[in-house]
Write a new protein. Structure first.
Length: 530
């Protein structure tokens, strides 16, 4: 009651456990309600803040950034500052442009304008001793030199108090009094921009140590070429988190472990060799050498350290039940994930993203990362089962057929499967080419004179094309790269493939090839059963 009245308003701010940590800030994930004028409105604001603990975006961020599944929420009520200027300050430049300097950003009015991105900030750079060395302002100066120096001194005092570099929020009221609203650890800092001293470095490069060994083998097939910042920043969070949590559930990674697995250097993706070998050595029936050779190719890396047998044996024993549960529940879990992903995709397609607010888009991104992270963890599990099955098949065939015959038998036994997703794409494009010929639009597709989405085309073609997009429209060249246009938005690769099939003899079609492979597979299977 004492904070509200006589024209005073309050800010009601959420404060969750795990928030403002050195590696996960949760900035913008939980609710804050400003300018609350009455006690009744304050009660509603408190309820809003408490409920934001379980908001979709906050839950997704928590899954990706922390291991805390017992989060709780407190609520802080503060008297609102009637701010004439406000902003944020960093005791070390997070962009890396001015390493070792304090950066003070400011806007006229409340700081919410800066945090929400609605106003362009004035940028002040100061030395740690408090000397102003640079100011960039989009208009009239917001802070005086003295005010910028005062904020820098307060930020430096917070860093000394908490023992780490800090990111603070502040405001100046109409009497010129400086108020500190919040202080939290800086969660990201970029490498120093002194290329002459340190060599070129990207702010998206993954921190690593001299003993870590990374390879582009395997992952360059999935993430080839240079990646955009969006792909790297989202991929780092979801892929690394999915990997660690997925193998924690299988009992192959301890709850207090988070071994590095995926990294980005010079805008390219890499996998950690040591972590890959460690998992192979911990899994019953596998080995570090075998997993490295199968997944990463080449020869085994002999000079990497290995764990003691007793430690590996504990993981082997502890993973037996989770691995058994995975083996017998693999089909059910896969079908459930397929339904969940299809449902999420249908929901996304109904959104007019151009009309969404920044907060709604961020929520969509985080929820997408969350579901893709869980699906990716399941993908890793199924890939592991497939790898184990392949290894056992290889051993069995070598025992039965010998080394030379088994090498040719393995590919035969693993081809001619029409329901594999990658095989379905070729079959469905072939079927589209047959529809194009049957409806007479083949010549128009050959000379690229028609839009395949045109409503003027025959109904049979439109129905077949829509069916193809429902099944494969999310695909694209380099489809794991966020900037890639999907076939749904750019159909030209699909039409180019259809055009290539128009004059192809039926006996050379993907369907005919698969049928020949299927015949060979079934014949060899029957022969092995005898």
């Amino acid at each position: 009651d004492g904070l509200i009245g006589d024209g005073s308003t309050v800010a009601v701010r959420s404060s969750a456990t795990g928030e403002d940590a050195s590696d996960a800030s949760f900035a913008g994930q939980h609710q804050t309600v400003l300018n609350v004028p009455t006690l009744e409105a304050a009660r509603e604001a408190v309820a809003t803040c408490l409920a934001s603990l379980h908001a979709e975006s906050a839950t997704a961020y928590r899954y990706l950034a922390t291991a805390d599944d017992q989060a709780a929420m407190a609520v802080v009520v503060q008297r609102m500052v009637d701010a004439v200027a406000a902003g944020v300050a960093f005791t070390d430049d997070p962009t890396g442009r001015h390493p070792g300097h304090i950066v003070v950003e400011a806007v006229a009015g409340p700081g919410e304008l800066l945090v929400s991105g609605l106003a362009q900030a004035e940028n002040n750079v100061l030395t740690r001793e408090g000397h102003l060395v640079e100011r960039e302002s989009p208009g009239e100066p917001v802070l005086t030199d003295r005010q910028a120096i005062e904020v820098a001194a307060a930020a430096r005092a917070c860093a000394e108090l908490f023992g780490s570099e800090q990111d603070i929020e502040y405001a100046f009221d109409r009497d010129g009094v400086l108020w500190l609203l919040q202080s939290r650890p800086i969660t990201t800092t970029a490498p120093a921009a002194d290329s002459a001293a340190t060599g070129w470095a990207s702010e998206f490069d993954t921190p690593t140590g001299p003993d870590e060994l990374w390879t582009s083998a395997n992952i360059q097939e999935v993430l080839p070429g240079l990646l955009t910042p969006l792909s790297m920043s989202t991929g780092t969070r979801s892929s690394q988190a999915a990997f660690v949590r997925g193998y924690q559930r299988l009992g192959l990674i301890a709850r207090d472990e988070s071994p590095p697995w995926i990294a980005f250097f010079y805008n390219r993706a890499f996998l950690n060799v040591g972590t890959t070998r460690m998992l192979g050595a911990r899994a019953l029936g596998a080995s570090g050498d075998g997993v490295e050779i199968q997944f990463l190719g080449g020869e085994a890396t002999a000079d990497l350290p290995s764990e003691p047998l007793r430690k590996r044996a504990r993981f082997m024993a502890g993973s037996l039940v989770p691995l058994g549960r995975l083996l017998f529940g693999a089909r059910t879990r896969t079908e459930r994930f397929e339904r969940e992903v299809r449902q999420a995709e249908r929901k996304r397609l109904t959104l007019a993203t151009g009309d969404c607010s920044d907060a709604a888009l961020r929520s969509l991104l985080l929820s997408g990362e969350e579901i893709s992270g869980r699906a990716f963890a399941h993908h890793l599990h199924i890939s592991g089962l497939a790898s184990a099955a392949y290894t056992n098949l290889e051993r069995l065939l070598r025992t039965r057929l010998g080394d030379e015959r088994s090498e040719s038998a393995i590919p035969t036994l693993l081809t001619g499967l029409k329901n594999v997703e990658s095989a379905r794409i070729g079959i469905d494009i072939w079927n589209l080419s047959r529809v194009a010929l049957n409806t007479g639009i083949g010549p128009a597709l050959r000379d690229d004179s028609v839009d395949p989405r045109s409503e003027a085309l025959p109904p049979e073609w439109r129905a077949a094309y829509r069916s193809f997009l429902r099944a494969h429209g999310h695909r694209g060249m380099r489809e794991m790269e966020a900037s890639t246009r999907t076939w749904r938005s750019d159909p030209s690769p699909v039409i180019a493939a259809v055009r290539g099939y128009l004059d192809l003899p039926v006996e050379q079609s993907p369907l005919a090839t698969l049928e020949r492979q299927e015949t060979a597979r079934l014949a060899l299977t029957e022969d092995l059963r005898r």
